[in-house]
Design a protein around this ligand. Structure first.
Ligand code: AHR
Length: 453
């Protein structure tokens, strides 16, 4: 099988106005660790270290009440709005411009999700103009007036979020309504900026078929979400992979068709094959904490970190089809970074994400006999292999290159968690002499390279 390119956008993350992700997370009013805009400097530093390549915003489910114009311009003139979806308030101090600055500071590509439930196509198009407009037009001028002469160049736009979910706001729960309305958003938004790329909501087989059949000329990405849950999230990976394979077959079929598109739409059709945007994924034990109604304040164990490592391996193995992926979420809420009033710290899942992100090469090399938990990547003649061992016995594998450096990462105990004062993750780097085997200890993962790590 041919090597496949790995899109670096699979190492993305997500911030939403939800519990303490933005409020008392990224933004913390009058906190001594904040900069002059209320952004926590320690969160910025940890986010830079995590280094997500793309950042989805402002939701998630909350996008159903998000009217972007309420959160731009002078802070003291912004609307104070109750967050009726997740509780608390909408952090009006962190709107589009602050989000873009956050992305720029940590080096992430922006990815905005528009409000379908209570918004309009026109409002979404105005948001596109505010972000990307270069002409002498009202919303582009508004951005300039607020101090941003240059466009934000937001390329990725999500048309709704989990629209099929009946308990969520909106009337797009049946696929035909979704498709009809999504077309309307597409027209307005792409006429405003024809270069943007669109992510449409995916769901089950029937929904995906309908969306791809009807929207394929303008669909750049099909959004899929996956949360590992319960006592054995590993066992759900096989089921999820089956779902992925079905979507991939569908994509092959749709991508194989010639795009026929009526020029009177006045917008360009898509310029590349449709890919998957796995724009929310993580472990989320919805019953897992007593303090929050939805179990969003997770404290991750070493077992969870191993799951994240093996899930990233799964994504790399499917990199031919996955174009974007976002670890949900970045701070406090099912997140790798936790903030306290006087410090912030790393959850166990921070480590697999940041290390795989740092060392993943540009191509995936499919070597069947390794099994699912070992993945080989390369750029030119530089190789990196990621091996995850989720069993209680060590595992030795033959390497297809001569190793120079090995990083082994393990937790003190399988169900241990990090805290403000204690980090249970041990990272050991070993320099070896052209080694052609590696032994992965029980319950650990390793990164092996023929180059210094
Ligand atoms: O990430 C938390 C929530 O999970 C998001 O708001 C929603 O899209 C998903 O169901």
């Amino acid at each position: 099988m041919k090597n496949t390119d790995i899109n670096s956008l699979i190492f993305g993350s997500f911030i939403e106005h939800i519990e303490n992700c933005v409020e008392n997370g990224i933004f913390w009013k009058n906190n001594k660790l904040c900069d002059e805009n209320g952004i926590r400097k320690d969160v910025l530093e940890l986010s830079k270290e995590l280094s997500p390549t793309i950042m989805r915003f402002p939701g998630g489910t909350v996008m159903g009440i998000y009217h972007w114009l309420d959160y731009v311009g002078p802070i003291d003139e912004r609307k104070h709005v109750k967050n009726i979806v997740w509780g608390g308030r909408m952090t009006y101090e962190f709107g589009t411009c602050e989000y873009i600055e956050f992305c720029r500071e940590i080096g992430a590509e922006p990815m905005i999700c528009i409000n379908m439930p209570t918004g309009t196509p026109e409002e979404a198009a105005q948001w596109v103009e505010f972000c990307n407009g270069t002409e002498d037009t009202h919303y582009a001028n508004l951005r300039r007036q607020y101090g941003y002469e240059e466009p934000f160049n937001v390329k990725y736009w999500c048309i709704g979020n989990e629209s099929f979910a009946v308990p969520d706001l909106g009337v797009q729960h049946d696929v035909n309504t979704y498709i009809r309305e999504a077309w309307e958003y597409t027209k307005y938004m792409k006429m405003t900026d024809p270069t943007i790329e669109l992510v449409f909501v995916g769901h089950d087989e029937e929904w995906n078929k309908a969306v791809l059949n009807e929207l394929s000329p303008v669909c750049d990405y099909l959004s899929i979400h996956h949360y590992g849950m319960g006592d054995d999230p590993f066992s759900q990976n096989a089921e999820f992979e089956q779902k992925l394979i079905k979507i991939e077959k569908l994509l092959d079929e749709v991508n194989g068709r010639e795009i026929s598109f009526d020029r009177w739409y006045r917008i360009p059709h898509r310029s590349h094959d449709i890919k998957i945007s796995l724009d929310e994924w993580n472990i989320w034990n919805t019953e897992g904490d007593k303090e929050s109604q939805y179990g969003l304040q997770q404290r991750y164990t070493w077992r969870d970190a191993l799951w994240v490592a093996s899930f990233i391996n799964l994504m790399i193995r499917h990199s031919k089809y996955i174009g974007i992926a976002n670890l949900a979420q970045l701070v406090n809420v099912i997140a790798p970074i936790i903030t306290e009033e006087d410090c912030s710290w790393k959850q166990t899942i921070f480590y697999p994400f940041s290390l795989f992100r740092k060392y993943c090469k540009k191509e995936y090399i499919n070597i069947d006999n390794y099994g699912k938990d070992v993945v080989l990547t390369k750029t030119g003649e530089d190789y990196t292999l990621f091996g995850v061992n989720i069993t209680n016995v060590e595992k030795t594998i033959e390497l297809p290159f001569e190793a120079v450096d090995i990083i082994n990462v393990c937790g003190e105990k399988l169900y241990a968690t990090n805290s403000k004062t204690r980090d249970i993750v041990n990272i050991t780097k070993i320099n070896v002499n052209k080694q052609i085997q590696v032994t992965i200890p029980a319950y650990s993962f390793c990164i092996v390279s023929n180059q210094p790590l």
